[in-house]
Ligand binder design. Structure first.
Ligand code: SF4
Length: 333
């Protein structure tokens, strides 16, 4: 077993895989015009290729946690069958299996996914107001998503993690509503700073920092910081005298790159050492997977050797705004 360690001695044991660049929503912070170019089915990794990669990362490269993202991962055909395929391997080679979903396609699958080994669910929910939800996502399905949150909680996916991308002038006036919604439930509200991706019309005016959000909440609630052995992505807080927790993901105003443990695979099979790796520096795993005679050993060496190229942190906003074709839809955040 090789541990994936970069030159800053960060151990990379968390892999995020985008299963598809397709999504049934078109969120303002991801694909506002709904016109991002889509990949052909032949261009995205097949379930066999995904299974092979997961086997390699878990059994040869020390991966402990895998998050399936999209686009919308549950929009991919035969997703339940894919989980079933993974479930036997997961029993023999334990790892944590997580999904980030928009919650609109979850209700009829969640029990089967749980049965086949799903451990954790993050549900994206950026407004509790029906019309505004439709304005942000392009679809009138707030009720469906709220039912999915209820179902996830009742099935024991606790805390249910709710991802909220906060945009100034769009939904920042709902911060306290989200706390009110969650405070007496087994829910972790995760306020995510709006990040610049290609085509998502990011601007300083629409950006609001985690500190500002925390100040808004602290005016009404007492927050107690939760400390972890290793500070990962989120700054976590207990809402005193209540069940729920609140977290802040401050990639822009206060990055957490120093303890980065994440690698990503795009839906087209490119390895991204960082969320903001420029497209011309992505590494082509699909080509290797589709080259006759390339062994798992060669893929292991390729991935392990690539870690040397990882930078310590993401570039500043000015540079991020210059990145081309670096869109959420293909990366999955
Ligand atoms: S921006 Fe890149 S280096 Fe920083 S935490 Fe995210 S993936 Fe890691």
């Amino acid at each position: 077993m090789i541990q994936l360690v970069d030159k800053f001695e960060r151990v990379h044991d968390y892999l995020r895989i985008s299963l598809t660049d397709k999504c049934n929503l078109r969120c303002l912070y991801c694909n506002p015009d709904g016109d991002l170019e889509k990949l052909l089915h032949s261009q995205i990794l097949s379930y066999d290729e995904l299974t092979r990669l997961i086997r390699i990362f878990v059994s040869r490269l020390g991966t402990k946690k895998i998050r399936l993202t999209g686009g919308e991962p549950l929009a991919r055909k035969d997703i339940v069958k894919f989980f079933e395929t993974l479930s036997q391997f997961k029993k023999e080679n334990p790892f944590q299996l997580c999904v980030t979903t928009n919650g609109t396609l979850l209700e009829d699958k969640i029990e089967q996914l749980k049965h086949h080994g799903l451990d954790k669910i993050n549900i994206s929910l950026d407004s509790l107001q029906r019309e505004r939800f439709e304005k942000i996502t392009g679809q009138d399905s707030l009720e469906t998503v709220l039912r999915s949150v209820d179902l996830a909680e009742s099935l024991g996916f606790t805390p249910v993690k709710i991802n909220v991308v906060v945009m100034r002038g769009i939904n920042d006036d709902e911060v306290l509503d989200f706390i009110e919604f969650a405070k007496d439930r087994m829910i972790n509200i995760r306020f995510i700073e709006f990040m610049p991706f290609s085509e998502n019309k990011w601007s300083e005016n629409s950006f609001i920092s985690y500190q500002e959000l925390k100040n808004i909440i602290s005016e009404r609630y007492e927050l107690k910081e939760l400390h972890h052995e290793i500070q990962r992505v989120a700054k976590d807080f207990k809402i005193q005298n209540h069940k729920a927790t609140v977290s802040f993901i401050s990639s822009i105003s206060n990055h957490f790159c120093g303890s980065c443990n994440r690698l990503r695979i795009t839906s087209s099979g490119k390895l991204k050492l960082c969320l903001f790796t420029p497209i011309n520096e992505e590494l082509d795993l699909r080509k290797l997977l589709r080259s006759p005679g390339v062994s798992d050993d060669e893929i292991v060496r390729f991935i392990n050797n690539s870690l040397d190229r990882k930078n310590f942190q993401h570039p500043d906003v000015g540079e991020l705004l210059k990145l081309e074709k670096n869109n959420m839809l293909a990366i999955g955040g």
